[in-house]
Design a protein around this ligand. Structure first.
Ligand code: DOR
Ligand code: ZN
Ligand code: ZN
Ligand code: ZN
Length: 391
């Protein structure tokens, strides 16, 4: 339920299906504590912490730690994502049932950061997942198609000679996994859809009655490959920034519901891993604190979504996709609320060092946005008031 009050917009607390919090292993770039603060400031009441930590979240020891630490911090529910295989891109399925029944109750498994490229492993993962009632989220990059690929495929990246990951690397996995999900009677979720072709494949798969869902990131809704002209690795991300026509197709796909939701792929990296030569830099960018502002600018302002639609793509659909029953829905009278208040006219300028994330590099540096999250409530407790975290 969306209620407008005092010029602000009241929305259900946001749910991010795709966040990298770097704990354990890279606490110099983000921790569950710093990432929770960033999430609350971004209006989130639940985030799904990706499994490509060090060690990888392929056992209940790690997934339970992530959940418990998130509850201890108390700013946002940090739902652990389990790895599909033992180790990223492993050859053996992880103990999904054990992780699903742990304290952290893992609802989603993914090898994000490294696609489950082996179709037989993906088929077994999908079959297993449907019997457990969990979701497999696919990073959608066929790694054999990125080897020696000249470019991100856009004319800009090609001219610049930047290595990247061609459209076919993403789209072939989307098509493959749609078919595997159909035959396994399972559901699959496509992470960070980035091409017009993926939107077309999603339409096709939905038309076939296949249970497939997809997310798009704020950066793929806003930025295109013209950003690569500067060779600044702050713009390096997987999947890469694509052409303007892809950006338009993704916006339209999200507006029409072909793409279900927005997910940040919040991926903090240390300064030394981003301020180096493009090919040596790590892919990924901050996302939690700027997501709503970008959705407002790219979707609400041009009239592609109204605020009711924002509630859907930021909260209701992601909660539904992963089966969260305490998020993304209207609250009954007397029930503790997960809510976010947005001021659509509170202009602000992004300053990386001022963000709550430990990593400070962002492609949105110095950009000015109109909309800002002012207040967030987690189960009735104010976690953010006037843009300040309430610890
Ligand atoms: O840009 C990305 N960064 N894409 C991924 O798939 C992984 C992520 C990360 O962990 O840094
Ligand atoms: Zn692989
Ligand atoms: Zn990914
Ligand atoms: Zn990711």
């Amino acid at each position: 339920e969306v209620v407008e009050a005092g010029g602000q917009v009241l929305l259900p607390g946001f749910v991010d299906l795709h966040t990298h919090l770097r704990e354990p292993g890279r606490e110099d770039t983000e921790t569950i504590e710093s990432g929770s603060a960033a999430a609350a400031l971004g209006g989130y009441t639940a985030v799904f912490a990706m499994a490509n930590t060090s060690p990888v979240a392929d056992s209940v020891v790690i997934t339970d730690h992530v959940w418990r630490r998130g509850q201890e911090v108390g700013l946002v529910d940090v739902h652990p994502v389990g790895a599909v295989t033992v180790g990223l891109a492993g050859k053996q399925l992880a103990e999904m049932a054990t992780m699903a029944s742990g304290v952290g109750k893992v609802k989603m498994f993914s090898d994000d950061g490294h696609c489950v490229d082996d179709p037989l492993i993906m088929r077994r993962a999908l079959e297993y997942s449907s019997s457990l009632g969990v979701l497999i989220a696919q990073h959608a990059e066929e790694p054999r198609l990125t080897v020696g690929a000249v470019a991100h495929e856009g004319p800009t990246a090609a001219r610049l000679g930047l290595a990247g990951w061609p459209r076919a690397a993403e789209e072939s996995i989307v098509a493959r996994d749609a078919l595997l999900a159909r035959d396994a009677g399972a559901r699959v979720h496509i992470c960070h859809a980035s091409t017009a072709g993926t939107v077309e494949l999603m339409k096709w798969a939905r038309g076939q009655g296949i249970s497939i869902t997809a997310e798009v990131t704020p950066h793929h809704l806003l930025l295109d490959d013209s950003r690569l002209e500067t060779y600044d690795a702050v713009n390096k991300v997987n999947p890469p920034l694509r052409e303007r026509s892809d950006v338009e197709a993704l916006r339209k796909g999200l507006a029409e519901g072909v793409i279900d939701c927005v997910a940040t792929d919040h991926a903090p990296h240390a300064e030394q891993d981003k301020c180096c030569e493009f090919s040596a830099a790590r892919p990924g960018m901050l996302g939690l604190e700027t997501a709503l502002a970008i959705v407002a600018q790219t979707m609400v302002e041009p009239g592609l979504l109204d605020w009711r639609g924002v509630a859907k793509v930021m909260s209701e659909r992601p909660a539904e996709i992963v089966g969260l029953t305490d998020q993304g829905r209207p609250i009954a009278v007397g029930e503790p609320a997960n809510l976010t208040l947005v001021d659509p006219q509170r202009e602000w300028t992004v300053r990386g060092p001022e963000l709550a994330s430990i990593a400070a590099n962002t492609p949105f540096e110095a950009m000015t946005f109109a909309a800002r999250v002012t207040t967030t409530l987690l189960r009735g407790r104010v976690t953010v008031r006037d843009g300040q975290v309430q610890r």
